[in-house]
Design a protein around this ligand. Structure first.
Ligand SMILES: [Fe+2]
Length: 305
């Protein structure tokens, strides 16, 4: 779909080049490169934990890795900044993250993205991938990412009876004909724009990443393929897919990786709370993290040379 809104309409502006490499370049060039471990967390919903539970969870994570990635749904608009500061204070190591739809609840997408991008710019350890292009984790592995958004293009949005709290609690998504009926065409157009914005960012970053790296890891909140939108062990149905998958991002990943068969892309995502893995192409796989409210967990552990 043609997008007539400029890049950055949601507030983050053009990507800034903040890179926080996981491997010290001097070590990487030595004969004994350091082996690092990165953990992935998704849908951690820290607002469902009390202070003690939250600290305990973060301290456990801190002990286990040299770096951490988070694929969104950290809190909501009223507390995500505080949680990110707390994550940084406790972990004291690189935290590569994107935001999920819940992070904008009780607020605005543009405003939250702006505030989080500003926090990350000033932070020693936080890297907001939506406001960053490529992070070289090592000489062979790079990281890209964007919040993403379910873009209403997979499944049947028009007939879908699924209603997300997004359409009430996120400022930009309150598209109602009247107090009882959603304006679905207007909402679909907006969801398309959000998906397209994520796809543009990820295409640019991924094309850059594969020129110098054989392995790329992409962080995004929303599964980019219907086969990756797992829920209770199955793929989401046509009612749920419009709200739980992003076709625009999936199309970009497929196109770029078909053009670069020598590179490998691993996509880490969440959103559906159902876990699963799908090999979309020989060089493109998607890991969707399982999640449960009040029980944050580490989804995957990666060793990076
Ligand atoms: Fe989500």
């Amino acid at each position: 779909m043609q997008c007539d809104k400029p890049q950055g309409v949601w507030g983050t502006g053009p990507p800034v080049q903040k890179t926080l490499p996981l491997v010290d370049p001097q070590l990487a060039n030595s004969s004994r490169p350091k082996l690092n471990v990165a953990l992935n967390q998704n849908n951690i919903h820290l607002n469902f934990l009390d202070d003690a539970e939250r600290h305990q969870f973060l301290e456990t994570v801190a002990e286990r890795a040299d770096a951490v990635s988070i694929t969104g749904d950290i809190g909501d608009a009223t507390n995500v900044i505080g949680f990110l500061k707390e994550i940084e204070d406790i972990l004291r190591k690189p935290v590569y993250f994107v935001l999920g739809n819940h992070d904008f609840y009780r607020g605005s997408i543009g405003k939250v993205r702006d505030e989080v991008a500003q926090l990350a710019r000033q932070s020693e350890f936080l890297v907001y991938m939506t406001a960053t292009s490529v992070v070289p984790l090592s000489p062979t592995t790079a990281l890209v990412g964007h919040d993403g958004w379910a873009d209403a293009r997979l499944g049947d949005f028009e007939k879908s009876q699924v209603f997300l709290n997004d359409y009430v609690t996120i400022e930009e998504l309150r598209k109602w004909k009247d107090e009882f009926a959603l304006d679905k065409p207007a909402l679909a157009e907006l969801l398309n724009v959000l998906g397209d914005e994520a796809a543009r960012h990820l295409e640019r970053a991924l094309r850059q990443a594969v020129t110098d790296h054989s392995t790329v890891i992409a962080l995004t909140h929303v599964p980019p393929f219907k086969e990756a939108a797992w829920h209770e062990g199955k793929h989401s149905d046509d009612d749920h897919l419009p709200h739980f998958a992003c076709k625009a991002v999936g199309d970009v990943f497929t196109t770029v990786m078909q053009e670069h068969p020598q590179s490998r892309l691993t996509v880490l995502c969440g959103h559906t709370h159902g876990g699963g893995e799908v090999q979309v192409l020989p060089n493109l796989r998607v890991l969707t993290g399982e999640a449960e409210y009040g029980q944050p967990m580490t989804q995957h552990v990666f060793e990076i040379d």
